[in-house]
Design a protein around this ligand. Structure first.
Ligand code: GDP
Ligand code: IMO
Ligand code: MG
Length: 422
């Protein structure tokens, strides 16, 4: 396995958490390299069912060093609650550290996220998770953010807050929100320092040593490439890069050290939030996918938009990430469909596109489908390729072809052992 980047190949919620949990049984280190508590990574294993927001999905193996990496953003209140919940369930959370360069989500970031969304033109809402992700990454890019390491040093922290708050208070006032004071935020940070200060370290020497020693390191992405800040459906994107390249930057691993890029590919498509979604099914079939697939947001509970598999988007994801293999998840959800469609191109007027165009053009495309027969049998008990129905094999072979990377895993249920390894 060596260094494996595990990345979402679609619009998020592909099943990254469950695959990282599976790989982490043999991983020495798992690094969450971007995003914050906008994530909802569901893991079902012997300990129970968990929706992880910030904690890396390797936490269930006590021998795995879990790191919230430099590229991530941290809401310490959420982290604290999440760690308490895991501890209560009997999970050893002693191995979780936070890199000192990761940025801190402060309470006003969340408020601004909500207010900014509310002020967008109708139909142009990003549909954010309102976790403060956009505002905190904006402060980071503005070089005025607060880093986790800053909260360990009250003198430095006070100066940083004194520089930041006049600007933030003007923004808050613009949206009619109450102003915040340096003392108030110093108090929050003091509490976080007391509770979690020991976990805040410079993780890079540990990461460098692990990679140099050939340890099994997993880079865990949040979201999918279609919501990448650069390559996703801007502006309906998140504010960081969930790609393998983003993994190198956010974790602190050079590109040449990444041995495998595992794309997580749901057997159909889902998307939460705004923006174009060419294969969306708004009728009965979409409803059936949502109900059978239990497609409701793990963080916000919002119903996910559902649609057929988009082969154009997968080709795009594969190029941008350089998949060396893929994991196809939720195959079992298609067990009861007589017929399946796979999108292999986009129609734009009299042209056919075999690539994902930028957002404004994407909003105008119509999917071109090919039809595949359903297998109409229960795959949830299948554990080997040969035991999969022929029609399911054919469907997966087509996904593999469109992804241009070999299928390494097929998951047929949410439990850790409901997986076919090829
Ligand atoms: P993530 O954000 O990429 O980690 O994915 P989510 O956890 O948000 O969404 C995936 C959902 O599908 C979760 O509820 C998982 O428990 C569930 N899941 C994952 N793999 C499978 C599978 O193969 N079959 C079924 N039925 N459910 C799965
Ligand atoms: P996981 O890790 C699905 C979507 C939001 C919104 C856009 C920006 O579970 O795949 P943000 O809060 O990041 O500013 O929202 O991205 N979004 C997700 N959709 N799964 C997620 O996480 C998501 N995190 C953010 O709906 O459209
Ligand atoms: Mg999710």
């Amino acid at each position: 396995m060596a260094v494996t980047a595990v990345v979402g190949a679609q619009w998020g919620d592909e099943g990254k958490g469950r695959i990282v949990d599976y790989l982490a049984q043999r991983a020495d280190m798992v690094i969450r390299f971007q995003g914050g508590d906008n994530a909802g990574h569901t893991v079902v294993n012997d300990y129970g069912k968990f929706a992880l927001h910030l904690v890396p999905s390797g936490i269930f193996n006590p021998a795995t060093q879990c790191i919230i990496g430099t590229g991530a953003v941290v809401n310490f209140d959420v982290l604290s609650a999440e760690l308490a919940g895991l501890s209560e369930a009997g999970i050893d959370v002693g191995n979780l550290i936070v890199d000192c360069r990761a940025h801190v989500i402060l309470p006003f970031h969340r408020q601004l996220d909500g207010a900014e969304e509310a002020s967008r033109a109708e139909g142009w809402e990003v549909g954010t998770t309102k976790r403060g992700i956009g505002p905190v990454y904006a402060d980071k890019a503005h070089r005025q953010g607060i880093r986790t390491g800053d909260i360990l040093d009250p003198k430095r922290l006070r100066i940083c807050l004194q520089m930041l708050l006049p600007v933030k208070n003007r923004e808050l006032a613009y949206y009619g929100l109450p102003e915040v004071t340096v003392d108030e935020l110093m108090a929050h940070c003091a509490r976080w320092r007391n509770e979690m200060g020991d976990r805040i370290v410079d993780a890079l020497p540990l990461i460098r040593n692990a990679v140099r020693e050939g340890k099994q390191v997993v880079l865990e992405g949040q979201l999918g490439v279609m919501r990448d800040l650069d390559w996703g459906i801007y502006p309906y994107t998140t504010s960081s890069s969930p790609t393998a390249g983003g993994g190198c930057v956010g974790a602190g691993v050079p590109p040449r050290a990444v041995d495998h890029v595992l794309g997580i590919v749901k057997a159909y498509s889902t998307s939460v939030g705004g923006g174009p979604f060419p294969t969306e099914l708004t009728g009965e079939i979409g409803e059936k996918l949502r109900e059978v697939g239990e497609e409701y947001g793990a963080t916000t509970g919002r119903p996910r938009r559902c649609g057929w598999f988009d082969g154009v988007a997968i080709g795009y994801a594969s190029w941008l990430n350089g998949f060396t293999s893929i994991a196809v998840t939720k195959l079992d959800i298609l067990d009861e469909f007589e017929e399946l469609q796979i999108c292999t191109g986009y129609r734009l007027g009299d042209k056919t596109l075999d690539y994902v165009p930028e957002t404004a053009i994407q909003e105008q495309v119509e999917p071109i489908y090919e039809t595949w027969p359903g297998w109409l049998s229960d795959t949830s008990h299948v554990r080997t390729w040969n035991d999969l129905p022929d029609k399911a094999q054919a469907y997966i072979n087509r996904i593999e072809e469109l992804a241009g990377a070999p299928v390494r895993f097929i998951s047929v249920g949410p439990e850790r052992d409901q997986i076919v390894v090829l």
